[in-house]
Write a protein that binds this ligand. Sequence first.
Ligand code: HEM
Length: 451
Amino acid sequence: MSTTVLAAPPRFRGRMPLLRFLRTLRDSSVATYGEEMFEQAIVERRVLWQRYLIVSAPRGIQRVLLDNAANYVKSRVARRLVEPGIGRGLLTSEGEVWRRQRRIMAPSFDHRSLVSYAPVMTEATATVLARWDDLAGGATLDIAVEMMRLTLKIIARTMFSADAEDVGPIVEGAVGRYQREVRPGLLDLLNLPDWWPRPSTRPWSQIFDRLDAVIDRLMTRDLAATGETKDLLARLLEARDAETGRGMDPREVRDQVVTIFMAGHETTAQALTWTWYLLSQHAAQEEKFHAELDRVLGGRAPRSEDLAQLRYTRMVLEESMRLYPPAHTMSREALAEDEIEGHRVAKGTVVSIVPWLLHRHRLLWDRPEVFDPERFAPERASARPRFAYIPFGGGPRICIGAGFAMTEALIILAMLGQRYRPRLAPGAAIEPVGLITLRPRHGLPMILERR
Ligand code: HEM
């Protein structure tokens, strides 16, 4: 047997005193990365004794997310922030439980289902257009809030046949407080075992009690319904284990519903928010976007078969998720020792994959700070290493809602962009903050300008 001594990855150079690091992290995780992080393939960061490996080498990412995915489970650090409120849904479950949950949910995200959701998406967007039309010309709105409400309405209708008037404010309130109040503290970062005592200072029950009551209502309503279309909630309630014949217990169904509500609207809303912001700052690209909408749609609402024709719009969206990836960080924990791109990974190491760094990495992208949708033209995209661009993650745990999100975002951009050219409100300061998702710190105030 031979032993190879592997070089240690460079230690995080822009060292910050621990307290300042913790304070910065609580405010915005993306603010903890110094300039040098945008040009290094693998960096080790230590918080006291806990090792963090930040991997920005596409082949290393492929090893973690795909080739040796069985060795990398969702990290306790991430789970601890998510599970007490969201529960053990598809986002955090592992092994056989995860496989079963993913199998049950997959049909709600297949091509046929997406086609059937398109009319709901256009209808919901049409109500936003009607409201915008009713506002006096030149009204200023927070586009981040507008996009959240719209995507929430769409997820409630498509997945749970629920009306957003009913559930909307409650989910919105829960997501807002969750983002504001759930920040990693030192005890989370140290990756201590689950039995380790920790003060329970987080207001979980205040955040989730009202949402749980809404979900209870949804569950009984759906059980009683005899409707023809089978939504995700019906699928979850009907699912039976192949071996035992048992269904999911109400807690498990609840956790899946909260997961889909939380994972299924805010991310897409942030992608759209950043896209409107970028378009407002880049006149030539905005003009090209409008020209495509006019050419392909000629003023009518898009149908799902039109979406393949909206090539430039898709490139704009992809480039926006490169610069502002809504899911800015993914984290895993090594179950056993491994090697990533020549670096030894000790058991228990937390491996962070940070699209915020990867998508702006100087060794992977030409002029990474520049907004250039043409990077996603097929010939240029195919020259890029696999796993250099991962807004939806990769491997078996890739986002189940990626197709849903793209369909929804294209429809929304196409419909609103045909009639409006939102302009950034004077004096608005746009600063990305990495909390659970990447969002503009003070929202996105924009003036609605008719085209
Ligand atoms: C632009 C929008 C979206 C982005 C950027 C996004 C991003 C991601 C990423 C990066 C992951 C992988 C996380 C990891 O590996 O640790 C993920 C997983 C997931 N996403 Fe999304 N997502 C989006 C929209 C959606 C939508 C619309 C839904 C549901 C309707 C959804 C539901 C989920 C679920 C359930 C998982 C866990 C999948 C699994 O582990 O099997 N996401 N998402």
